[in-house]
Write a protein that binds this ligand. Structure first.
Ligand SMILES: *Cc1c(COP(=O)(O)O)cnc(C)c1O
Length: 505
């Protein structure tokens, strides 16, 4: 399989190795596979008998050519990536009420769905680094879960060729997430705290990733979800979730395509949504995708009005910080697929956006709305929802999954029967993106101190308690120049970051 850019003709193609090591395509677009493999119902039926790991391997083999990475190496990469998950079934899919199911994607080593994408990408990077005998340093800015998942994946890869620098904004990630970063003691891992807004390091990082020749033969790579490896590695759990709901509903394989599953995804950079949509494009019968967003609501504006403009106001603080976003990277991939790969149109739209302008989807909005919808959820609504779920189902959700539950309520998915096998209720899978254990503050705001303590006593994951008990190592700090503008500080931080990368052996 070759990879192409969302902004150029498919005549220019790249290998999978190029695509995941380069992150962005040379023309500024995002990589996508040149074609989407098509799955028929016989294959789907056969897949229903596979373990999660075997299913994921089969799916990845459809996208990564055997000529590039031999199948047995893919098997090895997958089983290494999925080591450290806390459950053998990897993703439990639980019926809640009506037609609503929750896919718990947070039983990985850092309690977040990002373990799936990052551990696959990073183990592929380790594989290519070893093959090239070249050092690779990963560069990450995080407002929450990307940093811990990436750090853990680098550590667990055991590769002496890989290292990572993670930046987080001071005071803007949860205590648990900070501890996941600052308790790692490794020469290959550098943790940096900076004084600024959630995305203030994005510019400096993009500059460094775009500059050639830094640090001699070292490659500096980005693993945020502009990297195609992330959405690709997230396809398997959408397929898995489809198959598990299919079984729970007691559907027969005689006419499987009649069974259509909707999905609701707490949405930030749209990497998760893109993985799901790619699964649908492969022929898995998914219906409507709903994006749940908070008051940083660009996705909601795009889906409702077709108008795209990077938010000019600063990011607003919320209880669901991991989905605070100003312009979701993966919207570009979504638009590429919706327009059936019209790269010239994508290039035109993004030329305008990249230069601070806006874009109108015009008649494409209708195409979008046939498959996507969105709900904007305030913190107050979120708290009411978290209370409701706790009271009615005894279910404690993290604030991001809570946003998706609120969206499910808004679109009436809970209406009707409380019997989850009742075929009359419209089936939908809510993507549970993180464990509540990472979000003490939000859970306490919504449910109160006593419920948090109760949860901590009864259901807190054991591995999580270990994180809490380990000593923290103070992070590196990027200073701000007193009275300096954001641009001046960003330029100072960029210099500090380059020096830091060069200091890693
Ligand atoms: C990153 C994250 C999201 C958003 O996922 P995207 O793929 O960026 O849309 C949702 N929930 C949690 C808990 C996250 O960490």
């Amino acid at each position: 399989m070759k990879f192409i850019s969302t902004r150029s003709s498919s005549e220019v193609s790249f290998t999978f190795e190029d695509a995941i090591l380069q992150g962005y395509a040379p023309d500024g677009g995002l990589f996508v596979p040149a074609t989407i493999p098509q799955i028929n119902s016989e294959t789907l039926e056969r897949w229903s008998g596979l373990s999660f790991t075997n299913l994921a391997c089969e799916i990845l083999k459809l996208f990564v050519g055997e000529d590039e990475v031999p199948h047995e190496d893919i098997d090895r990469i997958c089983s290494k990536a999925y080591r450290g998950f806390q459950r053998d079934d990897m993703v439990p899919v639980l019926p809640l009420a009506g037609g609503v199911f929750v896919a718990e994607l947070f039983h990985g080593p850092t309690f977040c769905f990002k373990d799936f994408g990052l551990r696959i990408v990073i183990n592929f990077m380790a594989y290519f680094a070893e093959k090239r005998r070249q050092r690779i340093t990963l560069l990450v800015a995080t407002t929450g879960d990307t940093g811990p998942a990436a750090v853990k994946a680098v550590e667990d890869s055991g590769s002496k060729f890989l290292s990572i620098v993670v930046h987080y904004p001071h005071g803007q990630i949860s205590d648990f997430q900070r501890k996941q970063l600052t308790t790692v003691n490794s020469q290959q891992v550098k943790i940096v705290e900076f004084e600024g807004g959630g995305d203030d390091m994005d510019g400096p990082i993009k500059n460094i990733l775009g500059s050639k020749g830094l640090g001699g033969d070292r490659l500096v790579c980005g693993v945020n979800s502009f990297n195609i490896g992330r959405p690709l590695a997230q396809i398997p759990y959408f397929v898995w979730t489809y198959l598990r709901v299919f079984e729970l509903r007691g559907i027969s394989w005689t006419d499987p395509t009649k069974f259509v599953l909707d999905a609701i995804v707490p949405t930030g950079a749209m990497g998760n949504l893109t993985g799901g949509y790619m699964a649908k494009k492969m022929g898995i019968p998914f219906g409507t995708f709903t994006a749940g967003v908070n008051i940083n609501d660009i996705t909601n504006t795009v889906f409702k009005t077709g108008s795209i403009k990077k938010s000019s106001s600063a990011m607003k603080r919320t209880l669901s910080e991991a989905i605070n976003i100003q312009l979701p990277y993966n919207l570009e991939r979504l638009l590429f697929y919706l327009t059936d790969g019209q790269h010239k149109l994508i290039k035109k739209w993004y030329h305008s956006l990249d230069n601070g302008g806006e874009t109108e989807l015009g008649s494409w909005l209708e195409v979008l709305q046939k498959e996507f919808q969105s709900a904007r959820v305030t913190d107050d609504q979120l708290c009411v929802t978290l209370q409701h779920f706790h009271n009615h189902f005894g279910y404690i959700a993290d604030p991001h999954t809570g946003v998706a539950f609120a969206a499910a309520q808004e679109f009436g998915y809970f209406a009707g029967s409380s019997d989850t096998s009742d075929a009359s209720s419209k089936p939908v899978a809510v993507m549970g993106t993180a464990s509540p254990c990472k979000f003490q503050h939000a859970v306490t705001v919504a449910l109160g101190e006593a419920k948090w303590e109760e949860y901590k006593q009864a259901s807190f994951p054991k591995l999580g308690l270990e994180v809490l008990s380990m000593p923290e190592i103070p992070p590196i700090h990027y200073d701000i120049k007193p009275g300096g503008s954001l641009e001046e500080n960003q330029s100072l931080w960029e210099d500090s970051c380059v020096k830091l990368i060069e200091s890693i052996l």
